[in-house]
Design a protein around this ligand. Sequence first.
Ligand code: ACO
Length: 321
Amino acid sequence: MITGKICGTGSYVPPRVMDNDDMAKLVDTNDEWIRERTGIARRHIAKEETTSWMAGQAAARAVEQSGIAPEEIDMIIVATSSSETIYPCAACEVQKEIGAVNAVGYDLNAACTGFVLGFNTAQAYIQAGIYRTILVAGAESMSHMIDWTDRGTCILFGDGAGAVLLRAQEGTPVRMAAHSDGKKGPALTGLSRHRKDWDLEEEEKNAYIQMDGQGVFKFAVRKVPEIIEEILEQSNVSLEEINYFILHQANRRIIEAVAKRLKTDISRFPMNLEEYANTSAATVPILLDEMNRKGMFKEGQKLIMAGFGAGLTWAGCLFEW
Ligand code: ACO
């Protein structure tokens, strides 16, 4: 069977760092509260970098590592909900940046679930034999989407980008699952501009991320274990066979609760949210790149990725390194 193997990973995070003490200068919060409730210590915040530029940097690093010529890339998918322009899409900017002249590019918006859905979409194209080489990136400038006076949300997010390059090879097909629950959309909303029927006050209120924190927490700790079990069941693979569970890095307590529900040791749930906070669609590919560059992956290892977020949406996949 043909499947898309990861043959290069890359990431970019802005050098500008804001730690929890910096946040305490902006809103009524403190390092202890943020660490205890979220596990976050710092976040990287873009200065001049744009979302598509950061995606381009991450993509260039993935392509360089793969040794594959940019001209061989057939498709570029950028998962983002915070690109600096609606069009041109970030994927076309990435195409220009890396010289992938033969690729078609488009963006995919599914908030924090975006990268995993982009990865699954790319696998579907490859496993169907339509394309051979696909670059998937997740890139976000969350700092533009948050109300910096709202302590309930501004402490949670950071900026950055990650990317993987997939190449068609013989192997075990990727198993995937994905769901949405549009009725729960109001639990997490962002940048609802351009509604002509709203007055200005309403528009201002809706301009930034608003979140029912506890609602999102409960959703994540229930739905992530469920989708992991769904994928394992359809793949006929046991929980014990999975080397790592690479989850969206929203909150340490969510990841710990998922591990507990699955009765699995937390050491199989790598985390880097202490350093980068929640970079939405970029968390999973940044973590993948870090683990890859540390040499944590070996051929044949079984990995599960899972994302969850606004929509509400949640998605996952099982693949072999
Ligand atoms: N610093 C200090 N105090 C704070 C802060 C802060 N930054 N934010 C809220 N508080 C206060 C509240 O005002 C409240 O005070 P009160 O008791 O006097 O009313 C108290 O802390 C408790 O507030 P809660 O909202 O109940 O705190 P909770 O324990 O639920 O933690 C959090 C909030 C961290 C947002 C949690 O609900 C959570 O992790 N939710 C998951 C949401 C998430 O991760 N979203 C990310 C985006 S979505 C995604 O990526 C999928």
